[in-house]
Design a protein around this ligand. Structure first.
Ligand code: CP3
Length: 342
């Protein structure tokens, strides 16, 4: 029997949707915090295959999600291109910046990323041996625009200004950076598939700050290029695209990029996404993560509302963004019960 997640991605409308959560391996789980402490720091956890596989498996053991997402980070790829990466406690990621033509030219060749990223492929090999047979293994990468925003600003959060400035002031350098990330991402995701990923997801967390032609050039075009290249090498492997906060940009995104599924955040309603996005195929989403902090009747009602809104077509139940560290593990179990009809 084909896995539930793969059936939804193939376009099947199911009576009960498959369910998983962004950041399902994370700080809200005591077992994650223990393994992270054992690793010492976040990047060591990402680069130690046994421990990265262990934290990937923890939410599968505890909840029986239909999919496991590789434990890694979107910033490992730019790090593998050369710039230094570190995490400031309580503040998030920091990177050596890449903004000049000379710095873009000095990035390593795309093929060189495999050297740094080999432990990630090993994590996937362990997971494809150890996951329950009904669980789908998801690999991922950041989309080029989002990765570029971190490489240019050297940090995250509300820091897309640097990328917008470079795009206006030196389009050629900006485009060269996007092209380099795009090429490396194709190689990275292909290697993840060869190591056992059955689905891959492209996270474009900052797609919402691109508008008009920029959205077409830097959210749609790089995703279309990556997906086309993956489909040549691995035609059977479905791709999920997540152009977060794209708003009207979600409409037609599956058609223009070739994605098998579009993930939607919770700035749009599930009813709107069912009408405007699901008509092109599978949709993933989109419960607001704060319900897992607050729980109660609202959690059950909103979970059922998402399931109900999408029940006329292919759907993967997920959050609109990652689960937060203050979420309650019991609320996650309640959410899953509500999805599965409890
Ligand atoms: O979803 C999963 O469980 C898989 C693993 C995963 C992580 N990050 C682990 C992580 C995935 C898919 C990501 C993607 C990622 N990383 C994105 C895109 C999705 C999004 O959230 O918008 C982005 C923008 C990043 C970059 C990043 N990594 C930031 C901004 C931060 C700090 C924010 C925070 O929550 O602390 C991280 C750290 C990070 N990546 C953590 C985890 C579990 C927390 C690290 C910790 O344990 O201290």
């Amino acid at each position: 029997m084909t896995k539930l997640m793969l059936r939804a991605l193939a376009g099947e409308t199911l009576p009960v949707p498959p369910v998983w959560m962004m950041r399902q391996a994370g700080r809200y789980l005591p077992e994650y915090r223990a393994t992270r402490a054992q690793a010492g720091d976040f990047l060591s956890l990402c680069y130690t295959p046994d421990l990265a596989a262990e934290v990937t498996l923890q939410p599968i053991r505890r909840y029986g999600f239909d999919a496991a997402i590789l434990f890694a980070d979107i910033l490992l790829l730019p790090q593998a291109l050369g710039p230094k990466l570190w995490f400031e406690t309580g503040e998030g990621p920091r990177m050596e910046t890449t903004t000049t033509p000379a710095q873009v030219a000095a990035l390593r060749p795309a093929e060189a990323v495999h050297e740094t990223l080999a432990p990630v492929y090993e994590t996937l090999r362990i997971l494809s041996r150890e996951l329950p047979k009904e669980t789908t293994l998801i690999g991922f990468a950041g989309a080029p625009w989002t990765v570029a925003t971190y490489m240019i600003a050297g940090r995250g959060k509300d820091e897309q200004a640097g990328a917008h400035a470079l795009k206006s002031q030196d389009r050629a350098t900006f485009q060269a950076l996007i092209d380099k990330i795009t090429e490396a991402t194709i190689l990275y995701l292909s290697a993840q598939i060869e190591a056992g990923a059955e689905v891959v997801k492209l996270f474009d967390s900052w797609a919402g700050s691109l508008h008009g032609q920029d959205f077409t050039d830097f959210a749609v075009a790089p995703a279309a290029r990556i997906i086309a290249a993956l489909k040549v090498r691995h035609p059977q492997v479905p791709v999920i695209a997540f152009p977060r906060e794209a708003g009207d940009g979600y409409i037609g995104f599956a058609r223009t990029t070739g994605a098998d599924c579009v993930a939607v955040d919770n700035s749009v309603t599930p009813e709107w996404a069912a009408e405007n996005v699901q008509k092109d195929g599978c949709v993933q989403g989109n419960l607001a993560p704060h319900h897992l902090v607050t729980g109660g009747e609202d959690l059950i009602r909103e979970t059922r509302r998402v399931v109900q809104a999408f029940r006329g077509g292919p759907h993967i139940f997920n959050l609109g963004h990652g689960i937060t560290p203050d979420a309650s593990p019991d609320n996650v179990a309640r959410m899953i019960d509500a999805v599965r009809g409890g």
